[in-house]
Structure formats: structure tokens, C-alpha cells
Design a protein around this ligand. Sequence first.
Ligand code: PA5
Length: 339
Amino acid sequence: MPAWKELLALDRGRMLQALAEFPEQIERALGLACRIPNGLQGFKNAVVLGMGGSAIAGDILARFSTIPVVTVRDYEIPSWVNAETFLIAISYSGETEETLSAFREGIRRTRKAVALTTGGLLAALCEEEEIPWVPVPPGFQPRAAIAFLLFPLLKCFARFGYLRGNPDAVPDALRRLRDSCLPEKNENSAQTLAQTLFEKVPVVYGAGITSPVAYRWKTQINENAKQPAYWAELPELCHNEIVGYELAGKVFSQGMVVFLRTSFDHPRVQKRVEILKGVLSRRGLPFLEVFGEGDSPLEQALWLLYLGDWVSFYLALLNGVDPTPVQPIQELKRRLKEI
Ligand code: PA5
């Protein structure tokens, strides 16, 4: 049993605090939705511009929106963006060059636009162009500010009648999970999962609403635990990745598959998971399953997302690293600025 109390000394950037306050952050974030004016209604589709920890909000929104939502992680916007597109720029720092470039291009095509940011060049651009922006609280890592980057949008889409699910119900559902994941809790599923994944290369599988959640697990393990992790989605992975299991025993001995499951998974996806488990067992690739909890698809997806954040936090501690710093990202941004 790891000495979690001692390992917490590694958390110099106070990721634990940001994690533990997530349900309350969501409540604050729901209140920020009023910054998105009702006058923006009437769009036919939405494009979310962002990168990394900011962009994931777009992927989740897309899964619960009843109108088409596309996340663009690029310098340029799709050719079909027009006056009927709701353009949403998300950049925690407000300084991300890809997001700024795409937003500058986008606001020449549609005036239905909004930004979510702490400030920076993105907020300045909004002020200049008289575009509303949602002020996100400073002091977080972008990935730890997901409540503030996602929930104003979920709430706004719900208000406009474009959302499948009730974002107001999420904080209570997640408080139960938070209470069971705190470091002092015995029978702590996040700690157990982190121990199971320790010194493994996680390959996280989602399907439908859990696809972006699987991606979030991967990126949180990368950034918090500073280790490789991968993801894929069902049913697509049954058409390619499955063939790669053949030599997994030889070239991927550290691999471990994590299936993210909900009670709302498509019945054929459920069958596929059962078959895949048999294939994985025969190929000697270990796997585990994690089931979301909650009354709705939205609650279960966010339950799994939040659990993944906890797992990546404990994995960081087991790896002997501070979860917060992302030095390689900052170094790359610094070098690009010099060019
Ligand atoms: O997690 C991170 O720090 C990154 O993925 C950032 O979110 C990404 O580089 C984009 O920066 P920002 O969120 O400030 O736009």
C-alpha cells in the first residue's frame, strides 16, 4: 500500500485542491453562462476553436448537443463556417496562436461569436470587436479549469434548447465521487486504479459519449502523470486496432486496456466489448473496465471524466512527479514565440 500521505508532498502545484473543488467549480461555472447573450440564438451549427486542455470542452459539448458542433484544433476554420455558425473560441490563457488565428478568420464570417478565456490577446480581440467573452478565473492549469471552460457552454446550449441532458444535476452526482476519491478515503477506487495502471501504458477505450472522455484520460495521464498513454474509440477500433493485438504480447508488454463503460452504451457496442475482452485475454493484453455512475448519459460521462482526473493525479504521485507543471508544452510555446 503506497504511503499516500507522504506522496502528497509531490503535489507542489496544488492539483489536489483544484480536483477536489471540481463540483463547486461547476456550480460557479454554471452561473457564468449568463455572460453568453440570448441574442446569439438562431445558429444552425457551432464551431469550437481551441487546443489541448481548452479544446476538450468542445468535444464533450459536441456529444451532448442536438445541433452539429465541430471542434477545430487548427489555425484555420472549415470552409463551411458562415453567418449561421456559432463561433466559440476557448483558450484558458487567451494567448494560443492557433485559436487566435482561427478566431480572427472566423469573426470575418459570422458575428455570432463568443470566447471563454482568462484574458490575454483573445479577450483584447473580443473587446476590440465588441464580441462577448466569458471571464474564466485565473490561477488554474488549463486542463484543471475544465469546469469553467465547459459548463457555461453546456448551460447556454440547454437554455437555447440545444442540449441533451441537464448540466445543473452534475455537481451533486460528482460530489459523491469526489468524497470517495479524497486521499484519506479507504477503499478508494481512484487510488486502486492508479496502482493497477502503475508502470503500464494505458490504452483507454471509449464509445460515443465516452470517446472524448477516453481522450481526456489519455491527455490527463500524459500531462499529470508525465507518461505515455493512448486512446481509441469503439466501434472504430474493431476495424483496425484489434489487428495490432496480434503482436502485442511481443512489442507491448506494458500495455493495459481500460474500457470506459456506461449503462447507456449502444447494445452492439456492449457486445463488441465482450468479444474484445476475449480477444485481449487470448493475446495476453490485460484490461480493466470502469463503469460510470449517474442517472443520465451526461452524468455518467462526466463521472468517468472526473474519475480519470483523479486516477491521473494518483498515478503522478506513484510516478514521483508533481502533477501540475507541463514544462515541455511551455518550452515549445516559448521557442515558437522566438521564431
Ligand atoms: O494542458 C495544457 O496546458 C495545454 O493543453 C493547453 O491547454 C494548450 O496548450 C492551449 O493553451 P490554452 O488552454 O491556454 O489555450
